[in-house]
Structures are given as C-alpha cells and as structure tokens.
Ligand binder design. Structure first.
Ligand code: E4P
Length: 218
C-alpha cells in the first residue's frame, strides 16, 4: 500500500518525507486555506514547492464547479509539474472533467466519494485515483472502511485500473483497516503516520538495551 500525507503544510511534508516512506501528497481547498495560501498564483507556487519536496503524486484540487472552469484550472495545475494529479469532485461536471483529462493522459483523483455507485462512475470515466472518505462516513455512523473494501472488491472483479485512495483517515487503526481492505493508497495526517511507530515495548526494549550496554561501557 502506498502512503500519501494529507496536508498542505510544508514542514509536515518534509517530516514525513524524511522517514523515507512517503509516496505522495494530497491537498484540498480546506488544507490550503489552513496554511493561509490565497489566490491562484500563490496556490500554484505552493504546489510546485510540494512537488520539489516529494517525488511522487501530488493531488491539487480545482475550485471550479462547472466543467469549463474545471478544465481551465485542471490544465493549468497539470502544467505546473509532471507529478501533479488533478483532483476533481465526484459531481456530474467532475466526472465529465475526469473523462476529459483521462482522454488527454492527465492523471486525476476523483474526490468526495461516499458510495460504490460514485466510485463506479469515477472508474468508468478513467480516474487514476478514487478517494472514498473514511472518517467522514464514520462521523455519521456509517462504515467508511467497509466502503473502501466494497470498492476494492468491485474494481478487482471488473478489472478497473483506478486505484483506491482511502482518504479522510483519522487515526492509525483506520490505516491498518484500509490495509486489510486492500486499499492501494492511504492518505493520512502526519500524526497517524508517526503513530504507527508507537509501541511501549519498543521504548522499553530500547531503554533496556541501552542500559545494559552502558553497564559494561562506562
Ligand atoms: C484528501 O484527499 C481528502 O480531501 C481529505 O482526506 C479529507 O479529510 P477530512 O475528512 O479529515 O477533512
């Protein structure tokens, strides 16, 4: 399973990248706003900065909601750097735009996916990635991981090449469950990625090793 970090924060991206396990980055308009990045020019510069840190797919989301606007924005984003993946919402215009970019060989991430039906349309339109939102489904007492597993099953059965990118991951358990469900990618906050490292027996074991070493190496 590939690991993406779900943030527009350059420091967090650098930290995750320094572990040597990072395969890409996802952003969205809320994450860009959180970093106080305003306006198309500043956003474009920021995406290029991200691409200069991580040599992997970087999802950059359009703001337009109409097909023409999505095409204009998406073409500009795709032209910024070869690693940019154009992120489009799973609406009728978004699906048309996925299909348009797929025909041009431009990679896409179909986002805000909450059902197998939406994932089916994204795959048929030729999306490179489909992003089911695990945490947001859990928030309304639905089962986000079950949706990931269902999409994986259907894609494998019919041979769709679209990769399942588990999004809206909130904690380490989501990552492990999405791994079990067969997700191709999980995009995670830095805390969840670093959280995978935590185990008290590792800390205790290391403390003991160092203490034993120190006893005979004074
Ligand atoms: C990433 O592609 C999504 O936009 C993101 O994971 C959404 O996460 P959230 O539900 O925590 O906002």
């Amino acid at each position: 399973m590939k690991f993406f970090i779900d943030t527009a924060n350059l420091e967090q991206i650098r930290r995750a990248h320094s572990l040597g396990v990072l395969d890409g980055v996802t952003t969205n308009p809320s994450l860009m706003a959180k970093e106080n990045i305003r306006g198309e020019e500043a956003c474009c510069r920021h995406y290029i900065e991200i691409c200069n840190i991580v040599d992997g797919d970087v999802s950059a989301e359009v703001i337009s909601t109409d097909f023409g606007g999505m095409v204009r924005e998406g073409e500009r984003l795709a032209g910024l750097h070869p690693n940019i993946v154009v992120k489009l919402p799973c609406t009728a215009d978004g699906i048309r735009a996925v299909n348009y970019f797929s025909g041009k060989g431009i990679r896409t991430n179909c986002t805000l996916v909450f059902s197998v039906g939406q994932a089916l349309l994204a795959a048929k339109a030729g999306a490179t990635y489909v992003s089911p939102f695990v945490g947001r489904l859990d928030d309304i007492s639905e089962d986000g991981v079950a949706l990931v597993a269902h999409i994986v099953r259907v894609y494998r059965y019919y041979g769709y090449p679209t990769q399942v990118l588990a999004a809206s991951i909130r904690h380490t358990q989501h990552i492990i469950q999405c791994l079990d469900a067969g997700a191709d990618v999980a995009t995670c906050p830095l805390a969840a990625i670093e959280g995978l490292l935590n185990h008290p027996l590792t800390d205790q074991g290391l403390a003991k090793f160092l203490a034993d070493h120190a006893k005979v190496n004074r």
